[in-house]
Design a protein around this ligand. Structure first.
Ligand SMILES: NC(=O)c1ccc[n+]([C@@H]2O[C@H](COP(=O)([O-])OP(=O)(O)OC[C@H]3O[C@@H](n4cnc5c(N)ncnc54)[C@H](O)[C@@H]3O)[C@@H](O)[C@H]2O)c1
Length: 376
């Protein structure tokens, strides 16, 4: 094996810890820098990874100082959403080989577009952390659909919660992924927001109903915050069978299974589906491995390449824009601003029960009640 790729991490919280764990498990990276406004966050990483091979980071309280000082091959971005564009653009200007930024790619399409421009301008590869694209059940279902195992897909249905840009962005990406990365052609949605609900400093709705049409004719339906027991996965309704897909397994019903549900649990490469946190650990390790292959020129693209992350943000924003305009929205979406902000700030979607709260405030440290971007 050649030299390891040198990684610096910006924002050392929960999901960035999964990036680091994944880099170390896949064994092709060396973590050489950590940047966080919280010394404690970085100390926690040392406590968790300190004795692992490939982990020898310098710590920085200023992320710019880290990307200026270290010769990084890869920058990992694990701040809250509003930091994604800022840090991707700053990192791209310093020309690492690749950036892995967490989902949602950005809080609106304008910022996501700037991230694409910055990375193209500087010749930097950009991937977004929709790591479930790598799960064996997702890959198997994508292959089954492509092989015609359920006939023509009529509908893919999913349930979500905690914000369209947040939890549902993975599901929007999943719709496209299992349909062979089919583009979304239209979206129509309705949104309820009577409280001042935020998620990681981004306005979110209380409830949403989303309908999509994809190239090839399949439709997508997603209900958000109607039930407490939402999950990553979906039900696929074809004209010759059905699939019920979860991160750890899938169930198939078609002529070959005698019209009965048959459960299949494909194994992982690094972890097995019974392992705790399988969808993060296995998805993250394979996401890291493919990033190394992409950087080293062993493959031409990455499954999580940023245009897919862009399209997941676009689907979320298309639902909000449809609610704002009271019409079906055709993609590509023209509105670059975050349509939910537009609706609230114009008085179009009045708050009935005032008082701002953030459903991820529990992630913050010390006396912070908002993200760094808001506090500055
Ligand atoms: N792919 C997934 O399945 C998945 C799961 C969870 C979270 N996420 C995403 O990961 C991102 C981070 O979420 P989290 O739950 O890990 O957050 P977190 O609150 O646990 O961590 C964020 C970290 O960023 C640091 N930070 C904030 N501003 C900074 C700055 N200017 N410079 C350096 N560090 C800064 C904070 O101090 C904190 O340590 C979010 O965008 C979220 O949507 C993705």
């Amino acid at each position: 094996m050649g030299e390891k790729l040198k990684v610096g991490v910006i924002g050392c919280g929960g999901m960035a810890a999964n990036h680091v764990a994944s880099y170390l498990v896949c064994g092709r990276f060396e973590v050489v820098g950590l940047a966080d406004l919280s010394a404690q966050a970085m100390a926690d990483f040392d406590g968790r990874f300190g004795n692992r091979e490939g982990y020898r980071p310098k710590r920085y309280m200023d992320a710019l100082a880290m990307i200026d000082a270290e010769e990084l091959d890869v920058v990992s971005i694990g701040t809250w959403h509003k930091g994604h564009a800022r840090w991707t653009i700053a990192a791209a200007a310093r020309r690492p080989k690749a950036i892995l930024c967490e989902k949602p790619m950005a809080e609106d399409l304008g910022h996501a577009e700037q991230m694409l421009v910055a990375c193209r301008r500087n010749g930097v590869k950009l991937a977004i952390g929709h790591q479930r694209r790598f799960l064996p059940s997702y890959v198997a279902v994508r292959d089954l659909i492509a092989s015609g195992a359920v006939g023509r897909v009529e509908l893919v249905r999913a349930v979500s919660g905690a914000g369209l840009l947040n939890w549902a962005s993975h599901l929007f990406d999943m719709f496209r992924y299992i349909l062979g990365d089919a583009d979304c052609e239209w979206a129509m949605g309705t949104v309820e927001r009577s409280t001042e609900r935020y998620e990681r400093s981004t306005r979110i709705e209380d409830r949403a109903v989303c309908a999509f049409g994809f190239e090839g004719g399949a439709e997508g339906m997603l209900l958000s915050d109607f039930t407490p027991d939402y999950y990553q996965g979906c039900t696929v309704y074809g004209d010759a069978g059905m699939i019920d897909m979860r991160p750890e397994y899938y169930r198939l019903m078609n002529e070959d299974t005698g019209g009965r549900w048959e459960t299949r649990t494909p194994g992982g490469k690094y972890f097995q589906p019974e392992a705790e946190g399988f969808e993060y650990r296995e998805g993250g390790a394979l996401q890291a491995e493919e990033l190394a292959d992409w950087v080293e020129g062993k493959r031409g693209t990455h499954r999580g390449e940023a245009t897919h992350g862009y399209k997941a943000v676009e689907m979320a924003c298309a639902i909000y824009d449809s609610a704002r305009l009271h019409e079906v929205v055709r993609l590509p979406l023209q509105t670059r601003a975050y349509p939910l902000d537009l609706m609230v700030e114009s008085g179009h979607l009045p708050v009935r029960y005032p008082g701002r709260y953030d459903i991820r405030a529990g992630n913050l440290r010390g006396e912070n009640m908002g993200s760094d971007e808001e506090n500055r």
